[in-house]
Structure formats: C-alpha cells, structure tokens
Design a binder for this molecule. Sequence first.
Ligand SMILES: NC(=O)c1ccc[n+]([C@@H]2O[C@H](COP(=O)([O-])OP(=O)(O)OC[C@H]3O[C@@H](n4cnc5c(N)ncnc54)[C@H](OP(=O)(O)O)[C@@H]3O)[C@@H](O)[C@H]2O)c1
Length: 218
Amino acid sequence: MSQKKIIAVFGATGAQGGGLARAILHDPNSEFAVRVITRDTTSDKARELAALGAELVSADVDDKESMVKALQGAYGAFFVTFFWSHFSPEKEGQHVKDMAAAAKEAGIKHAIWSTLEDTRKWVPLEDNSMPTLMGKYKVPHFDGKGESDHYFTDAGVPVTFMLASYYWDNLIYFGMGPKPGPMETWLSPSRWGIRKWQVYLQMISANVLMAFSRKDLK
Ligand SMILES: NC(=O)c1ccc[n+]([C@@H]2O[C@H](COP(=O)([O-])OP(=O)(O)OC[C@H]3O[C@@H](n4cnc5c(N)ncnc54)[C@H](OP(=O)(O)O)[C@@H]3O)[C@@H](O)[C@H]2O)c1
C-alpha cells in the first residue's frame, strides 16, 4: 500500500482537477498519491488517470455521505464545484457546505477550495452600472462561490482559497477564441471585445494553475 499522502481530487476528469491530478501523477518524487473522485469510475477519462497510478473512488457532490466516504483516509482534498452543469448559485452553495462538512467529518488536514470573488464587495447590488441577476447577484458564478467560503472556516477545516482566472483552455474547447474584427479589434463569440493594446484579460492554463495549487497542499 502506498505510504504517500493521499490527495482526493474532485473534478479530476475535468479541467482544474485534471490538471492537479496529472501534476502529481507525473511527478515520480511526489510525496502525494492521487485519489480521483468521479461519478463514473469506468469512464475513459477515469481509466486514463488510473493507468497513470491514480486510485478511483466514486462520489457525487449531490450526495454528502458519498463525499464523506470518498474522503476517508485522505490527507488533503481539492474541491471544485460545477456551476455550469446547473446554473444555480444556491445549489453551488449547498455543494460547498456539504464539501466542507464532509472534509471535517473525514478529518481532512488541508483543503483547497477553488472559489472566486464575491463581486458584490466591489459592485454593490444598488450599483446599476452592472445589472443585478437572479435577484441578488452581480456575477452569479462568482458571487455564489465567494459567499460560500465561510463554510470551510466555520467547519474548522484548514483551507486555502484558490481563485482561478479565465482559462486559456476556454479558447480551445468552448469556441471562445477571439476573432479579428474591424479597426484592429478582436471580438469573441461571447461578445466581449478586446481593443488591441487597451484591455488586458488575465488568463491561465488550467494545467499550470493546478501545478501551483499542488504547492499549497504541503
Ligand atoms: N472556465 C473558466 O475559465 C473558469 C475559471 C475560473 C473558475 N471556473 C469554475 O470552474 C468550475 C468548473 O471546473 P472545471 O472547469 O474544472 O470543470 P469541468 O472541466 O467541466 O469538469 C467537469 C468535472 O465535473 C465533475 N462533476 C460534474 N458534476 C459532478 C457531480 N455532481 N459530482 C461529482 N463530480 C461532478 C465531472 O466528473 P465525472 O463526470 O468524472 O463525475 C468532471 O470531472 C465552475 O464552477 C466554474 O465557475 C471556471
């Protein structure tokens, strides 16, 4: 049996978790072993990670008890939520609450929670320069994460809050790549425009991002 410290990785068959899982699995000197948390241990993506040496364990973020079981014996855990599969900040908040409770119950020594800013700290709801969405959010997939950070601290789980920027990967996989427009502009299908030399959008590769977060687990 591996003497390495186990890191349980949610979303390991996806972008963020996948980057972290591969960063650890590709490092022969790593002090960590990877436990892939997936809803389907038989999927091609899960098997690919198993072939690299990962342990596969099934759990669903909709089922807290499955998360408690999946986290048993792990030293650390990487938590990410899946806003775009339900579009509900409230549901996302419930998932974070259950993740924090499961981490506490399983005795996780260090959690990394992939959160984002609650933008309402900078743009209050009464500021009409940005529309208010879903009744109480400025940027629902940011705000719901940011307002859920306290679940980890309230539960007393040692936690690192990791704030991911927009991934380069979106340009490849979601057809969001900028297209040349008139007058030296670059336009994307998602309707944001970058006027050359005037606006900078912070981006990072999901793989690189996770190689950084691996350092937080020590
Ligand atoms: N795109 C960006 O630029 C960006 C930037 C910052 C933050 N984010 C945030 O990143 C989050 C998504 O992370 P990602 O891009 O890494 O996701 P992703 O690539 O879409 O990953 C999908 C993963 O979600 C897992 N999954 C989905 N539903 C699940 C459930 N009910 N229980 C357990 N696992 C489930 C799937 O695992 P299985 O199918 O194997 O179970 C799969 O591995 C979103 O909340 C988004 O707001 C995105």
